[in-house]
Design a protein around this ligand. Sequence first.
Ligand SMILES: [Zn+2]
Length: 318
Amino acid sequence: MKDLLYKAAAGINRVRGSRGSINLLMYHEVLPAARAIEAWTVVREEEFAKQVKFLKEHFTVIALDDALSLHASGNPLREDFMVVTFDDGYAGNYEVVFPIVQAYQFPVTVYVATRGCQGNGNYWFNDVIESLQAPKEYRVDLSAFTGKQYRVSRHAKGECKWDHIQGLLQDLKKLPRADLEPAVESLLAQADAPPERVLRHLTPAQVKEMSRSPLVTIGAHTHCHSLLPSLSRDQIGATVSQCRELLENWTSAAVEHFAYPNGDYDNEAIEVIQGLGFRSCVTTKAKPWTNEPVFEIPRTGVGRYDSVSKLAYQLYSH
Ligand SMILES: [Zn+2]
């Protein structure tokens, strides 16, 4: 089945290859199965290794800077190019991904949200994900905030369990900023305290070590992982600048690329980030990069439930 799929993908690739394409993928965390949890953002190491093999077979994997040069040149593309990126800055990017990157010699970009690296707690969405992991029934009443009560069945497993958690996260992301923290606190009080954190962040030393590799580009992802459209112009400037300043201190290198948290942005965010001198911004619009400007580069997300076959379908169905 797998071989058939590779052949099918390769066949389409040849047709597409006549004009070529630039594609970007967005991952988050990669962990060994024994240490992983049920979350779209946590890809299993074994699955990631398969996907790397697939990507190396069917694409020319290039660094973000090379993709920007290719796009800017306006020259016809004669190959299918791929840029591999990671969002948030999780510890597995260093512990699991970095050795694979070195072994297979392919470039990656890691967009780091810096607050987590400083050990100042987890981001709220990861607190929510980790507090609903046990194989038991959860009932969470958030009617004071979202107007809803939620139930995560003890029978829900795998992607089904994630669907429940994701529904909750999506409702929380829609709340006004002032309501988010009390809503999450209420949820956490009704769910479980995670026994041991699975989603840990890169340390500044790990960011520094990875940045020394010619295969790794470090990009910014705000300090607090705030959704930019919910912030004022000054707040956008502050969280993006703080992130870049910390990353530049840790790596002693210029940080010129940015990923919008949650893929959320508006014209004000573009203006502020462009004004700060960044050279590119990536979104979560899932398609190959064609005519989009450099501050709105599309990326296809890859997660825990996206097998090689689903990945092939996503990449070749445009
Ligand atoms: Zn993020």
